[in-house]
Structures are given as C-alpha cells and as structure tokens.
Ligand binder design. Sequence first.
Ligand code: GDP
Length: 138
Amino acid sequence: MTNRTFTMIKPDATSNGHTGAILAMINAAGFRIVAMKMTHLSREKAGDFYAVHRERPFYGELVEFMSRGPITAAILEKENAVEDFRKLIGATNPANAEEGTIRKKFATSLGENAIHGSDSNENAAIEGDFFFSKLEQF
Ligand code: GDP
C-alpha cells in the first residue's frame, strides 16, 4: 500500500501527556487513522522493531527508552503518506526540526524525540504488520 505509513507516539510523549495533541495534529494534517492501539513494548519487542539499528552505538539506549512505558501505535492513510508524514514529524534531532513539526513541539532530545514515522513504503507495511493483524487494519 503506497498511501499508508506507520507511526508510534513514543514513551516520552506518552508520559508527558501529549498523545491527544499529537493525534489532533496528525488528523489536522489530513491523515486518516486506519489502525490504532496503546501498548507497552517489552525489551525484546522493542529490540526486534529496531533490529535494523542493532550495530549502532545507541541501540541499547533506544531499546531501553522504547520499552520504558506505553506507546500508541497507528497506521495512517493519506496520499503520499510516508513523505508527508516525515515532513509533519520533522528532523530526528528536535534541534534541527522545523517550526510547526511534531518533534519541534514535543521532542526533548535526539533520543527521546516523541514520535516515529516510517522511512519508506516497504518499511511502513512491515512496521504496520508488526503491530496489527490484517483484521485490525481498516
Ligand atoms: P528517525 O527515522 O528520524 O526516527 O531516525 P533514525 O532511524 O536515524 O533513528 C531511529 C531512532 O533512534 C530515532 O528516532 C531516535 O529515537 C533514536 N536515535 C537516533 N540517533 C540517536 C542517538 O544518537 N542517540 C540516541 N540515544 N538515540 C538515537
């Protein structure tokens, strides 16, 4: 599906109470929520999700952070979803994120950056299927 992307509202934004405000920004930007759940990743599950970063020096920190508390996972639909959503969330490091982006508004650091957005159509499908069965994708 080329018109879908996957997102997670990360544990920092969840515990800071920003879930509702972030979902409102996502809707206001024209994305339709076609799957959504709140869940708490185990260390093992967080490690699997970010397996592509296994060799990176920050992998351990990333896994600890992502399994620290609940997240909200969602699949979003919109024309040009992957690229438009990356624009909406802003740069990985909030110090470099543009005004009006979700990370500029809600991220606290490079590691704890409030939200995830898939970087390709292929990864969007893989990541959506990681969290949702086909019956849970509308
Ligand atoms: P993204 O696609 O913008 O999420 O960025 P990446 O794929 O490069 O990194 C995945 C996630 O790993 C980021 O969103 C951050 O949460 C985390 N991350 C990236 N770089 C660092 C770093 O240097 N230190 C730490 N602690 N976390 C990082």
